[in-house]
Ligand binder design. Structure first.
Ligand code: NAP
Length: 353
């Protein structure tokens, strides 16, 4: 596990007073663009904004709140005067630069997987475990997109009746893999429709009109891929159920934006569909879309660009004769709730504390 803090820096529950100077690391990426939009749309009180990316993007002009900001090349000296640094440039960049940002006095909210399982770094979904923010030491981790979306739906049920097992199958969009994968879906679909060949660039398989096992590396021993293992570990950590049995299969589908997932949840005791629907309908960050008559349930096209996670197809699982299992279908815009929105919500909590 990387060293997060210089030895001189004490554990802190540092928060931000007044209007912060905000830096976005990875400002030109799929998540970075959404971070900018969330800050602007939610009226986050940014005093000054620093946009950082690779040297490839240096000099690029980006609009923000009616003004323009010039993208700069990320270096360890980029963080002087920064109060909140929103990192979204991949795990290697976070491991390389987050400590420098903390050392310079910033609080880091990190979108990558670099620190998510570090016991000294809270892994936060504000609707689920905001209290865990209290003991941060300068770095706060934003969860994997599937884990963030799934736990928004699972937490209100678990608060009412202990969850004993989860089985999940995911249908994950191109945007989960960043700007290059979104472009691959667009370009390969256009080529397909023109009847032209397309050699995959960002992915190992043809993407247009196809689906395939998630592109994360597969562990040769267990057969699970890195995405599946992250979702299991992070879901357990966010829900604070250390040994929760979770079975999962993660699939990449030709959807541009927003993930969906089928969840089967087994409880300690039976939970009725009506009770589950009531709990989900009153939970923060969730909207029930469960219209059996119209066959209308959560869809990526409905949730794209939306803050709320959608949940529906709420049924008693007929595969569990004990009656203790419910089946759900969940969709969420993972560029928002699975990344940028969740990070900005964390930053908002830092302002309030
Ligand atoms: N996409 C999602 O739904 C999602 C969800 C949760 C978490 N995340 C995590 O968020 C992070 C970013 O994902 P993304 O989807 O936004 O990826 P992306 O679209 O590929 O964007 C990557 C960003 O990182 C920047 N970058 C790359 N190399 C850099 C370097 N050497 N120095 C400084 N900046 C550099 C890029 O800048 P240039 O444009 O200059 O190359 C770009 O701004 C990843 O850690 C990912 O795992 C993503």
């Amino acid at each position: 596990m990387p060293t997060l803090l210089a030895p001189s820096r004490q554990p802190t529950s540092q928060s931000i007073a007044g209007s912060p100077v905000v830096a976005i690391v990875g400002a030109t990426g799929a998540v970075g663009v959404e971070l900018l939009r969330c800050l602007e749309q939610r009226g986050f009180p940014v005093r000054a904004l620093k946009l950082l990316a690779s040297a490839r993007s240096a000099g690029k002009i980006v609009p923000f709140r009616g003004e323009t900001v010039t993208v700069e090349t990320l270096t360890d000296d980029s963080f002087a005067g920064v109060d909140i640094a929103l990192f979204s440039a991949g795990s290697a960049i976070s491991k390389r630069h987050a400590a420098a940002a903390v050392q310079a006095g910033a609080i880091v909210v990190d979108n990558s997987s670099a620190f998510r399982m570090d016991p000294d770094v809270p892994l936060v979904v504000p609707e689920v475990n905001a209290a865990s923010l209290a003991c941060h030491r300068g770095i706060i981790a934003n969860p994997n997109c599937v884990a963030a979306i799934a736990t928004v739906a699972l937490a209100p049920l678990h608060r009412a009746q202990a969850i004993r097992r989860v089985s999940a199958a995911t249908y994950q969009a191109a945007s989960g893999g960043g700007a290059a994968m979104m472009e691959e879906l667009r370009a390969s679909t256009e080529a397909y429709l023109r009847g032209e060949d397309y050699a995959p660039r960002a992915l190992p398989h043809p993407y247009a009109f196809n689906l395939f096992s998630h592109n994360a590396e597969v562990d040769p021993d267990s057969g699970y891929n890195g995405e599946e293992l992250k979702v299991v570990a992070e879901t357990r950590r966010i829900l604070d159920i250390a040994d929760l049995p979770i079975g999962i299969t993660c699939i990449r589908v030709p959807v541009l934006r927003a993930h969906a997932m089928a969840l089967t949840v087994t409880f300690d005791e039976p939970m009725s569909v009506d009770a589950a629907r009531r709990l989900l309908a009153s939970a923060p960050g969730l909207r029930v879309v469960d219209d059996r008559a119209a066959n209308h349930f959560p869809m990526p096209s409905d949730v794209s660009g939306q803050d709320d996670v959608l949940v529906g197809r709420i049924r008693t699982d007929i595969g569990d004769p004990s009656g203790r299992s419910l089946a759900l279908f969940v969709a969420g815009d993972q560029l928002l709730k699975g990344a940028a929105l969740n990070a900005v919500q964390i930053a908002e909590l830092l302002l309030k504390r």
